[in-house]
Ligand binder design. Structure first.
Ligand SMILES: [Ca+2]
Ligand SMILES: [Ca+2]
Ligand SMILES: [Ca+2]
Ligand SMILES: [Ca+2]
Length: 450
């Protein structure tokens, strides 16, 4: 078992820095990722990737957040599905909260529509990164990120300083002696973020519990577990984070225990999955699971009963195999929408007023975009599309009328594998962070409102 000696290292200088930061007033209105993010992991050609949507966003949610994407999203102007939106303790005012008329917590005032300049830089990581996730790992109210150095097998945290910088070059929290390829953050049964890591060779799912201070001292190994894509949410309403993943041959659902351990999986359907996403796509208040299969041109929807069990629904025909899934609010109504990337195009399926999803795409962009994230980049209350094309990160702004702008492109130095969304510099504009193939750095796109 490759699970051997790893004990958290937390250099003294870092501790001092964190202590110093504790006295800094937090920009509570601007900290949280706008919700994009976290979501399901999607894989593309065997490379672990993010969608996240994800629960982008999932990454900072507590288990209580996950109660129902559409419900919570509709109740707020913050549009992301499984993101931080449902958390009553979440003081974050995403950019779209500007529509509420509440006083702005954003330095310089709320972002204005159509404003989305980014400064692109390489963030040296020392190792090629294969996947990442974002969240406040050490509880100082500043967004951090964690990433996998696949070849070295190490897991590193970069603690954010709240101004777009990071307190060190990365702190190794675990040496796996294996080949981690997928990583997710989520709080299992308390407020502190825990880690979910898939290992290759042997295939195992590692659940690594965090202490809320940036250390990950408690590990569990579930084997053999092959994960191509994973998403996290509370599937049965007990406020404990549950797991849904695809990989070897089925959709597997593992329910969490209050003791922060996981039960044996329940299997659903044949699935050699490429992507999975949890969201209340049926609009009944219980989260559902969407899965895509490498060999299939249909998206499978498993409707949640609210108790942790799922029933397969009629599939959504996608035209060609799906590589990426995200959900969000991409037109002007409050219904949750679904966006898919396939080998040939990007398709948006808009939610209907009766709680169903249209069976035919309302918008098709004829570009072969292999992955997608949604986030409201320009703070107009409608989420926008974030994709990548090789080394470029592309943003297509939603008009709110089921059409999108031409892509606005930002060039990274190498092809983007995983992409996450979060507001690292706390200016209320989502920032973007991607892993880059063949580079010992990550690509940071930091919003620049000047
Ligand atoms: Ca932090
Ligand atoms: Ca649960
Ligand atoms: Ca927008
Ligand atoms: Ca920002």
């Amino acid at each position: 078992m490759p699970w051997s000696s790893f004990r958290v290292s937390c250099p003294t200088r870092l501790l001092l820095a964190m202590i110093a930061l504790a006295g800094v007033g937090q920009l509570s209105g601007c900290f949280n990722p706008s919700g994009a993010g976290d979501g399901g992991t999607e894989t593309d050609g065997g490379t672990a990737m993010q969608s996240t949507g994800g629960p982008a966003g999932d990454t900072t949610q507590s288990p209580l957040d996950t109660s129902g994407a559409a419900t919570s999203a509709a109740a707020e102007t913050t549009p992301n599905a499984t993101s931080s939106s449902g958390d009553p303790d979440d003081t974050s005012a995403g950019p779209s909260d500007s529509s509420t008329g509440e006083p702005s917590n954003c330095p310089g005032g709320d972002p204005t529509p159509a404003m989305a300049p980014y400064v692109v830089s390489d963030l040296v990581a020392g190792q090629e990164s294969s996947d990442l996730d974002v969240g406040d790992i050490n509880g100082d109210d500043h967004l951090d990120f964690i990433h996998l150095a696949r070849v070295a097998g190490s897991i590193e945290v970069f603690f954010g300083d709240g101004a777009g910088g990071f307190l060190s070059d990365g702190v190794t929290v675990l040496n796996s002696n294996g080949f981690p390829d997928t990583i997710r953050l989520g709080a299992i049964a308390d407020e502190t973020l825990d880690l979910f890591v898939h290992m290759e060779g042997p295939v195992e799912l590692w659940v690594i519990r965090g202490d809320g201070a940036g250390n990950f001292p408690i590990q569990q190994v579930y084997e053999p577990t092959y994960v191509r894509a994973i998403d996290l949410a509370d599937l049965n309403g007990d406020a404990v984070l549950d797991l849904a993943y695809v990989g070897a041959s089925n959709l597997e659902v593992r329910l969490g225990n209050p003791t922060e351990t996981y039960q044996s999986p329940t299997l659903y359907g044949q699935n050699f999955g490429s992507a999975v996403r949890i969201a209340d796509i049926t609009g009944d208040g219980s989260v559902d699971i969407l899965t895509a299969d490498y060999g299939s041109t249909e998206l499978q929807i498993y409707a949640g009963a609210g108790n942790g069990t799922f029933i397969a629904q009629p599939t959504v025909v996608t035209g060609s195999p799906v590589s990426g899934i995200d959900v969000g609010h991409l037109n002007a109504d409050d219904n949750i929408d679904l966006v898919l990337t396939t080998a040939d195009d990007l398709r948006v399926f808009y939610g209907e007023d009766d709680g169903t999803i249209s069976s035919t795409p309302g918008t098709v962009l004829p570009d072969g975009l292999s992955r997608v994230r949604v986030a409201d980049i320009d703070a107009d209350g409608v989420e926008d599309l974030i994709t990548r094309a090789g080394a470029n990160v592309e943003i297509r702004f939603s008009t709110g009328n089921e059409s999108f702008s031409d892509p606005v492109s930002f060039a990274c130095s190498s092809s983007i594998l995983s992409l996450e969304v979060g507001d690292f510099n706390e200016d209320c504009v989502p920032d973007l962070l991607g892993t880059q193939g063949g580079a010992q750095s990550l690509c940071l796109l930091l919003s620049d409102r000047e």
